[in-house]
Design a protein around this ligand. Structure first.
Ligand code: GRG
Length: 289
């Protein structure tokens, strides 16, 4: 399976859907302020790898559905991901000047606009899910709204970020305690959004509860493995919440491979339709960018 070809085929679908949504906001009957529209799209075009939305589409296909069933979720998770990056870069958080090699949103615009652009993207994500998924029943959309809320909110991204800030400030504790706290931070900060993408994509395609549960476990392992890959790529960052503060490079790589193996075991026997999802999991964990 050529994962690059799969991504190159799916990403334009996602980009067009994101573009249409942003265009509707910027040029609709009640057009939004132009600075807000600019700040909302600043990190979206050109964007990042679009891994979460592509995984949402692949998960829909893995359970026998059409990729299109997960397209609104793809837009929604990319909006949530982008909001989290905008807010993470703010002076009161990581205080970064650059993101994806370009000025962060608060540098390109100003701090208040960056906060508000993040707020607007987060809110819009739920509007997309509520009114955009014509292909899926309302009850399925509602289940996915709940999943994405939990993954993004206090139980997910936001809670993980709070724990991360506390972890960096504390800087002490036994190795075992620190490892457990780090695993919890990565589960919330990183894996939760993978779970919303993957379990949610399958849910919109009508997956049964057994498959949804298997994909939730798959996504948890892929998400943590993705974070380990990120820490390995960023080995010199000095980041407090990096796995490399607790173990060496070889141990971290072996740990990520073990997570990949366990994740793939969850969807063993799912046939050809799950091949893109398998390939994306390998890419997420073994990636070099
Ligand atoms: C501020 C609410 C709030 C949350 C912040 C997600 C997050 C929590 C911070 C973003 C920075 C970070 C280190 C997140 C961990 C997950 C991660 C490695 C994100 C980068 O994802 P990629 O590589 O990014 O998919 P691209 O640029 O490709 O989209």
């Amino acid at each position: 399976m050529d994962v690059a070809a799969y991504m190159a085929e799916r990403i334009p679908l996602i980009d067009r859907a994101i573009e249409a949504r942003l265009d509707g906001l910027a040029n609709g009957d009640e057009a939004i302020p132009s600075a807000l529209a600019g700040a909302m799209r600043h990190l979206l075009f050109p964007g990042g790898k679009r891994l979460r939305p592509v995984m949402a589409l692949a998960a829909a296909e893995a359970v026998g559905g059409p990729a299109a069933a997960a397209l609104p979720l793809g837009v929604a998770v990319e909006f949530v991901h982008t909001y989290s990056l905008i807010h993470d870069d703010l002076p009161c958080m990581d205080d970064d000047d650059l993101r994806r090699g370009r000025p962060t949103v608060h540098k390109a615009f100003d701090e208040a606009t960056a906060v508000l652009a993040g707020d607007a993207l987060l809110t819009e994500a739920f509007a997309v899910l509520a009114d955009g998924a014509e292909e899926s029943e309302a009850s399925l959309r509602l289940a996915v709204v709940e999943l994405l809320s939990r993954s993004s909110g206090a139980l997910g991204l936001v809670g993980g970020q709070v724990d991360d800030l506390a972890f960096e400030a504390a800087g002490s504790g036994s190795a075992g305690t620190r490892a457990a706290r780090l695993a919890s931070i990565h589960a919330r900060k990183t894996a939760a959004l993978f779970r919303a993408s993957i379990e949610g994509g399958a849910t919109l395609a009508g997956a049964d509860p057994g498959k949804r549960a298997a994909l939730a476990r798959f996504a948890q392992d892929v998400g943590i493995g993705f974070q380990i890959a990120d820490d390995l790529l960023d080995a010199d960052s000095g980041e407090a919440a990096s796995i490399l503060r607790l173990q060496g490079i070889d141990d971290a790589k072996n740990g990520a491979e073990a997570l990949l193996g366990r994740a793939l075991g969850e969807i063993e026997g799912w046939g050809e339709a799950a091949e893109p999802l398998r390939a994306l999991a390998r890419f997420a964990i073994r990636r070099e960018r």
